[in-house]
Design a protein around this ligand. Sequence first.
Ligand SMILES: [Zn+2]
Length: 214
Amino acid sequence: MNITVFLGAPGSGKGTQAKQLVEKFEFVHLSTGDMLRSAIKQQLPVGLKAKTYMDQGNLVPDSVMIELIEEALLSLPKSEDSNIILDGFPRTVPQAKSLDSKAKTRISKAVNFLVPESVLIPRLTGRRVCPNCGESFHLIFIPPTKKDTCNKCSSAIIQRADDVEEVVRRRLDIFKSQNQGLVDYFSEQNKLINLNADKSVSVIQDELLKVLKQ
Ligand SMILES: [Zn+2]
């Protein structure tokens, strides 16, 4: 098993890259959200454990997340256990250490998607929604035809409270403080690859494939 961890801020494009690697090349992408949903749906013990925390609005603790990931990794069919991309996990150094403590789940590399904050902020604050019909827009990626107006029903589109700059900056700060520990951890083991991700999707993909093949 060859496990690569994707590190990067929300809006850094790592999810898009992971998706493309799966579609075009033989990569398997494990995201914590998908794994959680699937474990709950299959009523696995670890899924039910996670659900009791989520139902109470709490974060699923490290120990349960680790169990979930390990189970997902170890239960992959033989045909799919070659190139794995983990996205959104490990989120903390203890989680990374736990995966590294077993030969089968040892992390091979970590790719750090670097995008300047001046680029991330407009991406993360650009979403607009129509309060009337629910249509969504993005000022950079899917702008409405007429400024601040829904294409479908002509209502005034709005920015959700989650998307305002102050909230987005707070989310980025939390990410940065957590991520720094992982960056240091992987760097000390010479597993860290810094990737300039402020480029087009196809250019990033070429560079990514190059480093993943090394
Ligand atoms: Zn509308």
